[in-house]
Design a protein. Structure first.
Length: 219
């Protein structure tokens, strides 16, 4: 999609949700995702979009990667913005990252070939032992709504992602087929206290979770 079409699409999809999404990611990072990031780490967020995730993370160096020109205006102070496609990571990022995040991003890639190009680019960007943390819809549990988003192109599951990552030279450290509800409009509670409670209750995730979580490591 062209940049202008993408801007219009996201205005339709996320209009009026900015504050809720920002609060949600702050709670998710404080309550869960911060466990993968040390204070001195360098973190790259692929397809950073509105920068809710990268803004909420605590790290020495934070890099938001997205070709959308609007991303720079959404980045918090101290967040570096790199205007590039994920499968074409600039060479200056090779070997700099302790952690790379891809949140609700990989399903938007145009082909499996491009997915493996992203895997290769991430592997180059990560330091040895670095983590690749992936969050996204799981087609096994969201098959009835997966294609309701017009920009979803790849059907991915926890199993197919794990297989692809291992084929690309990663080791699987953690795999949760059911983690978060499908979208921010799903039944994840609004109150921070209830979100934290949800994150600590595997039975709630087993009931409501339609997004997967995969943590892979570069050997």
């Amino acid at each position: 999609m062209r940049a202008e079409e993408l801007k219009r699409l996201y205005r339709v999809r996320f209009g009026g949700q900015e504050q809720r999404r920002r609060q949600l990611w702050e709670v998710l990072c404080r309550g869960f995702f911060d466990r993968y990031v040390r204070p001195g780490d360098t973190v790259i967020d692929l397809g950073a979009g509105g920068c809710e995730l990268i803004n909420a993370l605590r790290a020495a160096r934070r890099i938001a990667l997205d070709p959308n020109p609007d991303t720079a205006s959404r980045a918090a102070a101290g967040v570096e913005v790199v205007a590039a496609e994920a499968h074409q990571l600039p060479a200056e990022l090779d070997g700099v990252a302790d952690v790379v995040f891809a949140s609700n991003f990989l399903e938007h890639l145009g082909s499996r070939e491009q997915l493996f190009e992203v895997f290769a680019a991430v592997r180059r960007a990560l330091k040895p032992g670095g983590r690749f943390v992936i969050l996204g819809p799981n087609i096994r549990f969201a098959y009835d709504v997966y294609w309701d988003f017009i920009d979803h192109k790849l059907a991915l599951s926890d199993r197919s992602l794990a297989e692809g990552l291992m084929a690309a030279g990663f080791e699987i450290e953690e795999l949760r087929p059911r983690f978060l509800p499908y979208t921010t409009k799903s039944r994840l509670p609004d109150w921070p206290l209830l979100i934290r409670l949800y994150l600590r209750l595997p039975p709630a995730q087993a009931l409501l979770g339609k997004q997967l979580l995969v943590v892979a490591r570069r050997p």
